[in-house]
Design a protein around this ligand. Structure first.
Ligand code: GAL
Length: 815
């Protein structure tokens, strides 16, 4: 059958164990399999009779452009990026990733609703469709949307073919110069059919808030809208173990809206450290007949922003240790995948990160669910452009007609996620200039407030002087500054709010495992190999180094946190190589495009992860040809001082000090002369005693391949992914940090090869072919489960290398 049915009954058993309902009042069908896809113009493709037998079989979520090939000509933009301070136009090649996202694409599928009758209402829900989707059901157009990042739905009841097969066709159109990064293309998020009774809850109308919270009790306020007459709402609240802790019946409905208040005794508060979730089950009765039922998870927590205490969660001041993330998932592109998102968040958790900003658009619902569960605060953003263009064919084309609808859908679809602690109505919008922009900022902020009075709104502002002068910055709930560390003090003085957020910080650039000499701080530095140095001292003309933000975070109580640009590299925007082919992905990431940590990961970890030790040495120690030359050594650690040894000889003790921002946050031995061997760092505690040590060694030639998976087991659901890191090591098992061997991958058993990525921003090797070169000695292979349980084996081979092999087990979904 062409669908995955996620029934409410199944949901109860899976999540809550102890309770479930006998009734199955609504059916949510996720249209995943048996889609047909074709790129190109197909004027007849909306018709039932259309012959799509030659089209490609795909599963949705699907990104049609990620399979490449990379091509310099795709979306070549000859522009001056004014927001980067450029005044003359140059040819930008990899700006949107050089992947073939432009053009029309069609998707077709069919589904039958065996339970359909005249009492049913059917919604067709898209959680994102890139871009300008036009939706046809049984040859008729049911509606369209514009913004590729929006969630939207249509009531398609009048178009349904009774119990017979329904033909769904979706046309998507992407035009050039419509983005500043790789947007992806196609049905990249889930498409769902919701079949329910006509007497039912209105989609996204449920809003659960917790207006008063004390140690002893919390008030849970539930508002929801329903269609029908003589209705009764019964709400049950369950704790995380599935025990019912309260219930309430209400028959009063005013203007189609129910409102209830329920008490929870001794509430467990949600926080990144304790992501406790409750579940509300809302049952809609007409007379005594159950007509509809929805489950809604929620959390209990307070948020507060004030000049006295900055940002506080549950009454405790804290600063956001956040990162900005683009929506692409590297080698699988924008096709949403929960296990890929979970892996990203696990890596960030280990770094001590506690907050995410969805730059610069609506997050996937899967990412929000994971942030609720794993404990991340979320800054949910909506737009990169308002009415004034940044790119010729950007959102400016839709702003007037769609901005309100897009914000409404964002807020209504996501406002019950406890992880969301702030909205953002825009990023560096050119409307920061001029009085019209101030009005737009206010208009948008008011829409957010109307839809959700519980959370503040920010804008990532880069035109700081302009927004100080115009009043734009003064009206924001939370003034967010992108970079401009030298203006923080002035903005704090001039703005009335009494605090500032680093809505975007750092934009430091580096390539994993690549180091450049001499080691020096530099802006927009470029090299012939189109890489950036991992000494983490290179940044952009508008940005700064991590240490400059750390200083503000540490010294200014009124700075409420930062969101670093970016947690992971992303496709497109290859600054400082915007006009240098073949650069096609970013250098900003703390982790590379494959999700492998760059050195900067440990710099942030040494500050943010306060539970675990960080002791990291850079660079690698394979510098044949640099013998006797100055090769500085940095150590990122949460210890205050350390002693460095090269082949047993002390190179002295370094202690963090206030000479420069770098000296304050990094231990640096600037005069080390390279010689092969062992570099050892011994961290010292506050009394000067050895507390921990770490060493790295010069390796010999690559001899064999070593595999390491991020998970031990996969779910046999056809979607789950294992990320297997492949490293070349020498005959003694020492990692070879400069290896670039071409490797081949083979997957056998109940899984399949999905993609590979080495994190090299200049690589033009396609992600989906089972062969790729190592970059700085490593790459990552993605292995996907099938729906069959059993073993999956990945074998990796390369010329003159002992092969690497790893087996993981794929198990039933709910063992
Ligand atoms: C910011 C912008 C981001 C990204 C970044 C690169 O100005 O908001 O989207 O372009 O610069 O440094």
């Amino acid at each position: 059958m062409n669908k995955t049915v996620f029934s409410l009954l199944g949901c109860f058993i899976f999540f809550c164990g102890a309770y479930f309902s006998e009734a199955q009042t609504r059916e949510v069908i996720t249209l995943k399999n048996q889609w047909k896809f074709n790129k190109g113009q197909h004027p007849e493709a909306s018709k039932i009779e259309f012959d799509d037998s030659n089209w490609q079989n795909v599963t949705v979520p699907h990104d049609w452009a990620i399979y490449g090939p990379f091509d310099k000509e795709v979306d070549k933009q000859t522009v001056a990026i004014t927001q980067n301070g450029e005044t003359t136009a140059t040819e930008k090649t990899g700006r949107t990733g050089a992947l073939p996202y432009i053009g029309e694409g069609w998707y077709r599928t069919a589904f039958s609703l065996t339970n359909f009758d005249d009492n049913k209402k059917v919604l067709l829900l898209f959680e994102g469709a890139m871009a300008e989707p036009e939706v046809f059901l049984n040859s008729k157009k049911v509606g369209e949307w514009k913004y590729g990042y929006s969630y939207f739905y249509f009531d398609v009841t009048p178009y349904i073919n009774g119990k017979d097969q329904n033909t769904l066709a979706v046309k998507l159109t992407n035009i050039g110069k419509s983005s500043r990064w790789y947007p992806g293309a196609g049905l990249y998020r889930n498409v769902r059919v919701i079949v329910k009774d006509k007497v039912s809850f209105e989609q996204w109308s449920t809003f659960i808030t917790t207006p008063s919270i004390s140690i002893d009790e919390a008030k849970v306020n539930i508002k929801t809208k329903a269609f029908g007459t003589d209705l009764k709402l019964v709400t049950e609240i369950y704790d995380k173990d599935g025990h019912k802790i309260n219930a309430k019946e209400t028959e009063t409905i005013i203007n189609n809206e129910f409102e209830q208040n329920l008490k929870i005794n001794q509430p467990q508060l949600w926080s990144p450290e304790t992501p406790y979730l409750y579940t509300a089950v809302l049952k809609l009765f007409k007379g005594n007949v159950l007509k509809d039922e929805i489950t809604q998870r929620f959390g209990i927590r307070t948020i507060d922003y004030s000049p006295e205490t900055g940002f506080s969660l549950n009454g405790k001041t804290r600063k956001f240790k956040g990162v900005c993330l683009h929506h692409d998932l590297g080698p699988i592109g924008t096709a949403v995948n929960k296990s890929a998102l979970r892996r990203q968040l696990s890596i960030l958790k280990d770094m001590g990160c506690d907050a995410i900003r969805s730059a610069h658009n609506m997050p996937s619902l899967e990412q929000l669910e994971l942030c609720d569960e794993m404990g991340f605060m979320f800054l949910a953003e909506s737009f990169d452009e308002w009415k004034k263009p940044k790119v010729e064919n950007g959102y400016n084309r839709f702003f007037d007609a769609y901005a309100e609808k897009d914000v409404v859908n964002l807020v209504r679809a996501t406002r019950n996620h406890p992880s969301i602690i702030m909205w953002s109505s825009g990023n560096e919008v050119p409307d920061q200039w001029g009085s019209e922009g101030v009005k737009r900022a206010k208009w948008l902020q008011d829409i957010f407030h109307r839809e959700d009075p519980t959370r503040p709104v920010t804008v990532g502002m880069d035109q700081v002087k302009a927004v100080m002068a115009s009043g734009f910055g003064a009206i924001m709930d939370v003034p967010g500054l992108n970079y401009r560390v030298h203006l923080y003090e002035e903005a704090y003085e001039r703005f009335p709010q009494g605090f500032l957020l680093g809505s975007e910080t750092a934009s430091t650039v580096s390539s994993r495992g690549i180091y450049k000499f001499p080691v020096e701080i530099a802006s927009m530095k470029t090299y012939p190999d189109l890489q950036s140095s991992s000494y983490d001292l290179e940044y952009c003309s508008w940005s700064n180094l991590p240490d400059d933000d750390f200083e503000l975070q540490d010294d200014k109580p009124w700075v409420i946190g930062e969101f670093v640009w970016t947690g992971f590299d992303y496709l497109g925007e290859p600054t400082p190589y915007d006009d240098a082919w073949p650069s096609r992905s970013s250098y900003f990431g703390i982790n590379d495009l494959a999700g492998l940590p760059k050195d900067r990961f440990y710099l942030y970890r040494s500050r943010w992860n306060t539970e675990e030790e960080t002791l990291h040495i850079l660079p690698h120690w394979n510098w044949e040809g640099r013998e006797g030359e100055v090769t500085p050594v940095f150590v990122y650690t949460n210890y205050n001082s350390a002693e460095l040894f090269l082949n047993g000889k002390s190179l002295g003790v370094q202690t963090k000090n206030f000479k420069t921002n770098q000296n304050r946050y990094r231990l640096m031995w600037m005069d080390v002369k390279y010689g092969p061997g062992t570099l050892k760092v011994v961290a010292l505690d506050d009394d000067g005693n050895p507390a921990a040590e770490k060493e790295i060694k010069t390796s010999g030639k690559p001899n064999k391949l070593v595999l390491d998976s991020n998970v031990k087991r996969l779910k046999a659901n056809g979607e789950d992914l294992a990320f297997i890191t492949v490293s070349a090591v020498d005959k003694n098992g020492i990692p070879c940090p400069t290896a670039t061997n071409q490797l081949n991958f083979e997957v056998s058993g109940n899984g399949r090869f999905r993609a590979a990525c080495n994190g090299d921003p200049t690589s033009l090797q396609p992600f989906h072919l089972p062969t790729m070169k190592l970059f700085s000695g490593k790459l990552v292979v993605l292995v996907q489960s099938t729906e069959n349980v059993g073993n999956i084996t990945l074998t990796v081979t390369g010329k003159h290398l002992e092969k690497g092999q790893l087996t993981i087990n794929s198990e039933k979904q709910n063992p």
